[in-house]
Ligand binder design. Structure first.
Ligand code: HXC
Ligand code: NAP
Length: 263
């Protein structure tokens, strides 16, 4: 689908790039020629992710960072520039999530998730955007949302509100930074196989089966399918697309019509 070396000479930061979807995205962008930086909190995730990327023939820079901390985010950006010289691509992928009824959710629980997803995506976009504006060569930002930006999400009010906030930020920055040739887009995945999400959100077979049944295509997505969509959005193949939210969910959120049950 993509020509090799499509992203040759470009540098990409992937937050949460040591695990799950972030790792698949880092690998895909690296296979297309980009130099890769992964950033997250836990050294173990960064080490395991780096090992997998090296196994794929890449030479990533791994940086420990909590995206809730704007100073640490600025340091991630400075270290990337010192190491690779510039930044062309930012993938806002880091996230936190857990299931909790709204009435039981503590302010700290709310702040933990909103801090990672909404504040973290803003701090990273702001720090990388400033560099892209100063450099004057444009760039591309893609944020990983979830398909419940279209519906709300009973059980994960913190994540749904934060992802909807990042969607609005995507649409806002797409216009504000268009004059700097920075394209800003997002993807909104439905259920995708990933150990990190499974631990937090669907840790029983019953939950997995129920979710599979809600997807018109009757299967889960693979991290590589999200990675391909992200690769498209950062590549010249999408050069006139900005402010777009691409849903990747096997039809899940649309399959909610009154008569959606008919065979
Ligand atoms: C209720 C919970 C909770 C739970 C944590 N809290 N887990 N409350 N139910 N299951 C509360 C704590 O009690 C605390 O509040 C507050 O949240 C902060 O908890 P900490 O453990 O101190 O937070 P922290 O170490 O910062 O960890 C952040 C985290 C954690 C979000 C809570 O789960 C995390 O690190 N997750 C990262 C990985 C992850 O979530 N991946 C899944 C992404 S999948 P109090 O009041 O007690 O102090 C995804 C897919 C969605 O987003 C789309 C599906 C379609
Ligand atoms: P995951 O493996 O748990 O990914 C979350 C990543 O975020 C981890 O690498 C984690 O690394 C990092 N992270 C968490 N808090 C952080 C912080 N404060 N600072 C920096 N990094 C932090 O789960 P995943 O399923 O791959 O999720 C990846 C993205 O896809 C998320 O945005 C998620 O909302 C989205 N998504 C997933 C699904 C799905 O079905 N799997 C569906 C829709 C959307 P550390 O713990 O090392 O910090």
């Amino acid at each position: 689908m993509f020509t090799p070396n499509l992203l040759e000479g470009q540098v990409a930061i992937v937050t949460g790039g040591g695990t799950g979807l972030g790792l698949a995205i880092a690998k895909r962008l690296g296979e297309l020629g980009a130099r890769i930086v992964i950033g997250s909190r836990k050294a173990a995730n960064l080490e395991a992710g780096s090992a997998e990327l090296r196994h794929a023939g890449l030479d990533p820079l791994a940086v420990q960072v909590d995206v809730r901390n704007p100073e640490q985010v600025d340091e991630l950006v400075q270290r990337t520039i010192r190491h690779f010289g510039h930044i062309d691509i930012l993938i806002n992928n880091a996230a936190g999530n857990f299931i909790c009824r709204a009435e039981d959710l503590s302010p700290n629980g709310w702040n933990a998730v909103v801090g990672i997803v909404l504040n973290g995506s803003f701090y990273c976009s702001r720090a990388v955007g400033r560099h892209m504006i100063e450099r004057g060569k444009g760039g591309s930002i893609v944020s990983i949302l979830a398909n419940y930006v279209w519906t709300g999400s009973p059980g994960t009010i913190h994540s749904a509100a934060a992802k909807a906030g990042v969607m609005s930020m995507t649409q806002t920055l797409a216009v504000e930074w268009a004059r700097h040739k920075i394209r800003v887009n997002a993807v909104a995945p439905g259920p995708i196989e990933s150990p990190g999400a499974a631990r937090q959100l669907w840790n029983t077979q019953e939950a997995v089966d129920r979710i599979t049944n809600m997807v018109p295509l009757k299967r889960w997505g693979q991290p590589s399918e999200v990675a391909d969509a992200v690769a498209f959005l950062v590549s010249p193949a999408s050069s006139f697309i900005t402010g777009e939210i691409l849903t990747i969910d096997g039809g899940a959120w649309l399959g909610r019509g009154t008569f959606a049950f008919i065979e």
